[in-house]
Structure formats: C-alpha cells, structure tokens
Design a protein around this ligand. Structure first.
Ligand code: 13P
Length: 340
C-alpha cells in the first residue's frame, strides 16, 4: 500500500470544492431512468448518454471524480477515446463501482447484504490497468418497523465494506465506502439518526480492524433525514444539524472527505442541505457531494434521448455541478436556481 499515493488521490477528488458525479448505474437501474423518458436502454444509448455527461465543457472546475459502471469503463466517445482517458485528460479522476448489488441476507430475509467480494482482487487489478484510481462499494440498510436493521445485519455489511476497502488499498485504489441508510419508509429523523449512528460506528470499527488507512479513503454516507413517507419533514437546518452531529461523533478527522449520496432527495433539496452543512463549518473533513440522481435527473428530463436537446441538457448539468460546488463552500442560495 502506497499511503502517499492513496491520500493524495483521495484529497484530489474533493479539492477546491469539487465533488463526484455518480454515473455508475447498473444496467437495470439506468433502464429504469431511461424508461421514465421513453428511451430504450441499448448499449449505444447508454454510451451516448454518458458521453453527453462526460463531454460537458466546464464540469472539470466542479467535478473531481466520476464513478463508472463496468460497461462504461470499457466504452469510448464518438472519436474512439476511452471514457477513462477522456476524463483523466480533463483532470477528472475516473473510478469504478465494484460491488455486485445487494441481495437478501441468508436467514435474515428482511435485511440486505452486498455481494462482489469473490474475485474482487483480480477485478480491481483489471480496473486499475484500465485507468480507475478509485472504487465504490454500496451497502444498503433499510429501516423497517420495530427491530430492522438488526445489529447483526449492520455488522455483516460493515464487515463486507471493510474487506472491500482493504483490498482496494492493497492495490493503491482509493475506496469510497458507502453505507446507505435508505430514505424509503415512514421513519422520522430521530430514527434515521439513531440507525445512521449505529451504522457509522460499526463501519469505522470494522475498517479499523481491517487496517484500513483512513487518510486514503472517502466516506459516502446518507444525510440524516426523515423517511420519504414520514408526515413530518424537517427543515433544512434541522437536517444539517442532525447530519453533522452524527458525523462528528463517528467519522475520524483523518478521513479526508465525506461525499454525500442524494438518495432520492430532489436536486435542489440535496444542494440546499449540503450548503447548510457546510455553512456550519469549518469541518475536519471536506464535505462534498457524490450525487447520482440529484445531478442527473434534470439532465435526463431535458435530453429525452434527442440530439437537438443535447446542448440544453449539458447546460443544466453544468449548472447543477456549479451550484453543488458553491454549496461545498456554503455559498449557495435557492434564488440562484431562478437566476439562470
Ligand atoms: P444517488 O445520489 O442517486 O443516491 O446515487 C448515488 C449513488 O452512487 C448510489 O450508490
């Protein structure tokens, strides 16, 4: 493990108020996104769409890294330049999703466990040779009535995350550690805070036990937020305070960056929450974004699969990248949404 290389790559991804574009939707997930705009999910349409994102002029000022899916890392732009080279040529670090998705945890049918550890060392070597400098693994924690998640379910996911992170670092690949407590459900913000606290505590206990080098990783957590079906949705400041309380207690200051997932928040809400969290800084870590839907939903809705919409789709993409970067410095306000 080259600690200097890992820590400088981790820092570079979140330097200068930059964040990460999560464009690593699996083929089944991107199909759902394409279905919503009535675009067929063919390999070529997926390639075209990713090219629109990656070739948007100016995003390099706001985006430090892009997470790719296996298929996308093997694809190229129209001129035949591999996407990984296109991105790194613009100063954006390419990364790769390496988990194989979540399935039910055997004998615990209400909980999920993420797969993909078998053969991971070999896959990481191949991805590194193709230009990936960081990786992502997502654990999925659902909040249900009564006793779910259990401490066993949390521990099992934390253990898998730590095994993945150690394998990455052995090969000088920066691991993004993503324990996602889902927003689905009717739980309130207090329940989300309690579960997220337990998850982060377990994750850092396992990372430490697996000798993971905290300075050479990034954490990708959920914000602390009420479930989507909860009748009382909290104000922006309350979300920021609960999220920070949780992070301050459980995330070591040695971790260089916390990059939130958006998890189903609307694009403007995700930006506003990030802004409020940074407004309460300075923090020991860079606090930034690694959004999928909150960056891409307006792009998809504008593009709709049509060539004559590409310029408008790229414009809206650049705007979301820029506004989220402003939120990394606590300099965003909602009026900026209407100003352009
Ligand atoms: P969302 O921002 O859409 O939650 O996606 C982020 C991600 O990478 C989920 O793994």
């Amino acid at each position: 493990m080259d600690k200097d290389k890992l820590s400088s790559a981790a820092k570079a991804i979140v330097a200068k108020q930059k964040g990460v574009l999560a464009a690593d939707e699996s083929n089944s997930t991107i199909k759902k996104r394409f279905d919503s705009i009535r675009v067929e999910s063919t390999e070529e349409n997926r390639r075209r769409y990713r090219e629109i994102l990656f070739s948007t002029q100016g995003i390099e000022s706001y985006i430090g890294g892009v997470i790719l899916f296996d298929e996308t890392l093997r694809q190229s732009n129209q001129e035949g330049i591999p996407f990984a080279d296109l991105l790194s040529g613009r100063g954006i670090i390419p990364g790769i999703k390496v988990d194989k998705g979540a399935d039910s945890l055997a004998l615990c049918p209400e909980e999920k466990i993420t797969g993909g550890l078998d053969g991971l060392r070999e896959r990481l070597i191949e991805y590194r040779n193709m230009g990936a400098e960081f990786a992502k693994w997502r654990a999925v924690i659902e909040i249900r009535e009564r006793d779910v998640p259990t401490s066993f379910g949390i521990r099992a996911n934390a253990h898998a995350l730590a095994r993945y992170a150690a394998l990455c670092q052995e090969l000088d690949i920066v691991p993004i550690v993503e324990p996602e407590v889902l927003m689905d459900g009717s739980h309130d913000i207090e329940r989300c805070e309690a579960v997220t606290s337990g998850v982060l505590e377990a994750v850092f206990t396992e990372l430490d036990a697996h000798h993971v080098f905290f300075e050479g990783m990034l954490l990708k957590p959920n914000m602390v937020i009420a479930g989507i079906k909860c009748t009382s949705q909290e104000k922006v400041q309350r979300v920021a305070e609960a999220t920070l309380r949780c992070l301050t207690r459980y995330v070591p200051a040695a971790v260089p960056g916390i990059i939130f997932l958006s998890g189903g928040q609307g694009p403007e809400d995700a930006t506003e929450h990030l802004n409020a969290i940074n407004g309460m800084g300075p923090h020991p870590w860079q606090v930034s974004f690694s959004y999928g839907r909150a960056l891409q939903a307006p792009v998809l809705a504008t593009w709709k699969g049509r060539e004559d919409n590409v310029t408008a789709a790229q414009k809206i993409f650049l705007k979301r990248c820029r506004l989220n970067s402003l939120a990394c410095g606590g300099k965003y306000n909602r009026a900026m949404e209407r100003a352009e």
